[in-house]
Design a protein around this ligand. Structure first.
Ligand SMILES: N=CN[C@@H](CCC(=O)O)C(=O)O
Ligand SMILES: [Zn+2]
Length: 410
């Protein structure tokens, strides 16, 4: 006997199961079944496709008027951190730029102070609340970075919190060491990169990836290359915050070093975009950050796709440059500002986002873990269209309904 049937689904979103990320025109290749059925047993998908009434199960959900998709994948977050930086909003309004705030000891540095001062328990409690918010918004795979410790002791503290969340909730999580996220105020940048390289050995048991912020006034291309090579030598796949503000050639470096992803890329060069053609490095675009930094230029998603690149979309949830953990909101920004179609966006937040963090997730195929969302939306176009709110009605993890978002008054 099966455990659950979801029947009469208005639109069933079925991203393609693939070993490699979807590239270029493939990003628009998304199967959508009208009047679909999903059958689940022992936490796994038994059937997903056209309407089928031959199966029996102990429970049936009628999803008439609803859309069903794989649970979302948030491939770039800084969920574990101390404190908050709401005062930076008025600084920004006075015209102080993100990098100026950082130079003045604010920005990342003020979160470093708060993170160092917080106990492991305090960090856990804060990150847990946000993780639960993500799950309530339909996300069941999360990448989580360190990077607000800037010393081995505090980076390890962040990574342990991330692991504990993973253990407690059992959703898919990947943990990233981002030791070189900023140069500590009292240190020289070359000396600090060496320190981070030395620390790789000790963080590698807790981290799946090594990441670095390559940017003007932060870390150079040469420092980033040295760090990435050292991480790869230890068997750690690499990621890079690249070309977010200035076009330093971070995308080119990511591709040369075979990074699993290159993230941000607002200022990526034409050469870098062309190099995507021969690469499986996923360009993780973070349009919520461009929006929140109040910039007019967004990453050139269409140019990357025209060059046969693989792209994914993520929140970049962090306390400074993108203070939202609502990936649905970022899907809307992607539609408006990256000029992506709804089909491209669904692939970019499911199967391609999973590839950007080395996960086999984001699909609903026979044998897959049953991680799904039933959306209060009659079709796949509705979610990015109706922006800024939560459309996730039921979130299903390993075949069990773990979230029911209902409008009910006490
Ligand atoms: N760009 C660098 N790191 C984060 C921002 C961190 C912060 O401002 O606290 C990002 O991905 O946007
Ligand atoms: Zn980031």
């Amino acid at each position: 006997m099966n455990d659950l049937i979801i029947q009469n689904i208005s639109e069933l979103i079925l991203p393609k199961k693939t070993d490699k990320p979807l590239k270029g025109a493939e990003l628009a290749d998304l199967k959508i079944i009208k009047n679909g059925t999903v059958v689940i047993k022992d936490g796994k998908i038994v059937y997903a496709g056209e309407y089928n009434d031959e199966y029996v199960a102990t429970e049936t959900i009628d999803a008439q008027g609803k859309t069903v998709s794989p649970a979302l994948v948030d491939a770039h977050t800084h969920i574990v951190h101390g404190g908050s930086r709401e005062h930076e909003m008025s600084l920004k309004r006075q015209g102080v730029s993100y990098l100026e705030i950082l130079e003045q000891g604010g920005g990342i540095h003020s979160t470093v102070k708060a993170t160092r001062e917080a106990t492991e328990e305090e960090l856990f409690e804060k990150a847990e609340y946000e993780l639960l918010r993500m799950i309530h918004h339909g996300v069941l795979s999360v990448e989580s970075k360190s990077g607000y410790g800037l010393s081995l002791e505090h980076e390890l503290k962040q990574l342990r919190v991330s692991k504990k969340l993973h253990e407690k909730y059992g959703i898919n999580m990947k943990h990233t060491y981002l030791g070189p996220h900023a140069v500590p105020k009292d240190k020289d940048s070359d000396a600090f990169i060496k320190e981070c390289i030395n620390d790789l050995e000790q963080v590698k048991g807790l981290a799946d990836f090594a990441d670095i912020f390559c940017e003007t006034g932060v870390f150079t291309i040469d420092q980033s290359r040295e760090y990435m090579k050292a991480a790869k030598k230890l068997g750690m796949p690499v990621k890079i915050h690249a070309d977010e503000i200035d076009p330093l050639g971070g995308l080119e470096l990511a591709i040369e070093e075979d990074a699993i992803s290159a993230d941000h890329l607002v200022a990526a060069s034409e050469k870098g975009k062309q190099m995507l053609n021969d690469s499986d490095t996923v360009a993780v675009l973070l349009p919520g950050t461009t929006f929140y930094l109040d910039k007019n230029e967004y990453a050139d998603a269409r140019g990357m796709l025209n060059n046969n690149g693989a792209i994914a979309i993520a929140t970049d949830y962090n306390p400074g440059s993108c203070v939202t953990s609502n990936l649905q909101m970022v899907m809307s920004i992607a539609a408006l500002k990256l000029k992506l179609s709804p089909k491209e966006i669904w692939n970019a937040v499911t199967v391609n986002a999973a590839k950007a963090i080395g996960l086999d997730a984001g699909t609903i195929n026979t044998g897959d873990e049953a991680n799904l969302v039933i959306w209060h939306a009659k079709n796949h176009e509705y979610v990015p269209y109706h922006y800024g709110v939560n459309h996730a009605e039921k979130v299903i993890h390993k075949g069990k309904v773990i979230v029911e978002n209902e409008f009910k008054l006490k």
